[in-house]
Design a protein around this ligand. Sequence first.
Ligand SMILES: CC(C)(COP(=O)(O)OP(=O)(O)OC[C@H]1O[C@@H](n2cnc3c(N)ncnc32)[C@H](O)[C@@H]1OP(=O)(O)O)[C@@H](O)C(=O)NCCC(=O)NCCSC(=O)C[C@@H](O)CCCCCCCCCCCCC(=O)O
Length: 715
Amino acid sequence: MAQYTRISGSVGLITLKNPPVNALSAVVRQGIVDSVERALGEPEVKCLVICGQSGKFCGGADIREFGKKMTGPPLIPVFHAIEAAAKPVVAAIEGIALGGGLELALGCHYRIAHSKAKLGLPEVTLGLLPAAAGSQRLPRLIGVPAALDLITTGRHVTAAEALQLGIVDQVTDHNTVDAAVKFALSVAGQSLDARRISTFPCPRLSNLDAVFEAAMQKVRQAARGAIAPVACVQAVRAAATLPYAQGLEREKELMATLFTSGQARALQYSFFAQRAVGRWSMPSGARWDTSKPKPIRKAAVIGLGTMGRGITVGLAQAGLSVVAVETQEKQLMEAKQAVSGMLERGAKKRGVSPPLGNISYSSNIKTVGDVDLVIEAVFEDMALKKEVFQQLSAVCRPGTFLCTNTSGLDIDDLASQTPNPELVVGMHFFAPAHVMKLLEVVYGPRSSPQAVATAMQLGKVIGKVSVAVGNCQGFVGNRMLSPYLSQANFLLEEGATPEFVDQVLEEFGFAMGAFRMSDLSGLDVGWRVRKAAGLVVPGKPARMRQGCRYSPLGDLLCEQGRFGQKTGSGWYQYDKPGSRVAKPDPWLHSFLEEYRARHGLVARRIDHQEVLERCLYSLINEGFRILEEGIAAGPEDIDVIYVLGYSWPRHRGGPMFYADMVGLTRVLERLEFYHQAHPDVPSLQPCNLLRKLVASGTPPIHRWREVIKKVHSQL
Ligand SMILES: CC(C)(COP(=O)(O)OP(=O)(O)OC[C@H]1O[C@@H](n2cnc3c(N)ncnc32)[C@H](O)[C@@H]1OP(=O)(O)O)[C@@H](O)C(=O)NCCC(=O)NCCSC(=O)C[C@@H](O)CCCCCCCCCCCCC(=O)O
């Protein structure tokens, strides 16, 4: 609702009340209409202030209303009524003014913001554009280049930046509503002619075409197939070239296309999924709302390679005390320098001082005796990790949580090295660990709910989206990646090139195709895992292992020292080791031809559809297996992991959402087709849960849990 009160006799105060973010639901919109009408009708009222309850101005349109039948007054006429008012209306912006919230403020005559407020038009991140006249008013207020930046990126700006850009008129450190009331009284009675943004001409640009061409090129490059950023540029162009009313029509037209698009559905699903994963549960029945985390003030990181350094930076930036341990003195010195550099660069960007003092470095593991939690990040080798866990058990005080940053090793096996396996959980970070948003929190069968709650909470403190998952080889993300990469390799054996496979996957929206990604992460990483699993048999590159089809291509490249970017060659060639520009490699093409000849394989023409279906559907099939086994609690958990950790295009929601969009019946049919063609590839055999979902009438994704529950209860 919107509550109307009178203060100081002559100020009408409208307070938006719709927890948690005062979104503009139908009731709130109606409340604003009624309150404005009332205030304008009361002769004693000289001016109006609009604010939000609980220190939050407004989080924008109510996203939960999208996709449902629209009721209540539409936003544009509400904002026009405010702008047309004969009494000054001042927005008192505390906390947030986002999307429709900022558009509401732009409809007001003046804007006063608290210094800690964040403002922005993030609609693009939901597959939309600011269609309550935001795309038309903002460029008129702050000019085209700045508006293009805010609208196409959706980034939030601080109050200080908003003041500098001209979005707000005043910033206060004190009570914002009081400041707004004072301000409103000071301008009451003055002409409002120059305060109605819709009447402003859009600031002229001499190089208008060039600016829009550059903007379009930039968003097309970054968008990886997303349509909203392109529509945002088109809407701002309308503001720059058309009168306001016509611009508004164009905005409406563009929004109509976006609003009902699959991409908007996917992005809005992703928004809620990222919040839903915080409400984790374990098969034991332990849950986020019944398990209390322990506060972590001091943590230790063991092993300062690439991952350990990133984790140290993340912890220190969040204000924790960190003991950073590396037993190799040379590596310790290098790490100290690297970590300090990362902290300094990060602090410079944020305009704060680097938290260098939060970290103490040591080469002695005994220095971690007084920490609350340890994150082990040594080399991915089970024997080494076991040794570290034994040492930690001896030196840590009772009750210390022991976490491992393994990317796929058995958590329970590690836990068995300690007298308190309930304190052990996995914290699987993604490189670069201080940047990537995802954290897989892995519970073993003996991990206590408190250990899981503590790791989840620590993830939140350091700015991660944490997803709780069960213990199995590769957990969720890497386990699903395995059939995807196998298919990519099989396609090479059958006649494709790395360039073609990558092109198809990149056109789908991945930041990098399977082979460019392998070259970036290092081919030796997977080689080591396959060796440990007994799959690599030197000198015998037979194409079968343990009764299943196996491609030794990656192993053969590694045997030649081709580890990817770091060695200057892998699936592609690079100008020099460390270079990032992948170039097709004639050597690799001849190598593939020789390989096929050696194994009697005849190269055939492979089309886009086959590449996509085999790579994606085998990955999705593994996702269903993961759900079936209860390793992930729901499809949202898998989708968040893939979008945040594996560059799955956000506008496609994630693999499980994508399967739902394609249609489960179709996914099942195509898997059956490919499995028939490749009966020696078990990952193409449709799993039971997928069959069950199809048999039960392919319910929409939000109802899969009902079927999954039945599957679990049968176990
Ligand atoms: C606000 C935040 C920054 C807060 O972050 P914080 O970390 O503090 O908290 P959470 O993120 O966990 O959020 C808490 C809680 O709140 C829920 N929530 C947040 N925002 C909204 C919202 N806007 N609506 C509903 N619910 C919201 C959130 O889900 C959490 O609850 P949960 O239960 O899930 O845990 C942060 O939350 C944030 O960034 N929020 C999103 C802000 C945003 O993106 N705002 C923009 C919204 S879109 C918009 O405003 C559109 C307008 O420009 C225009 C609308 C015009 C509509 C016209 C329609 C015409 C269509 C024409 C088509 C015709 C087609 C046809 O022909 O039929």
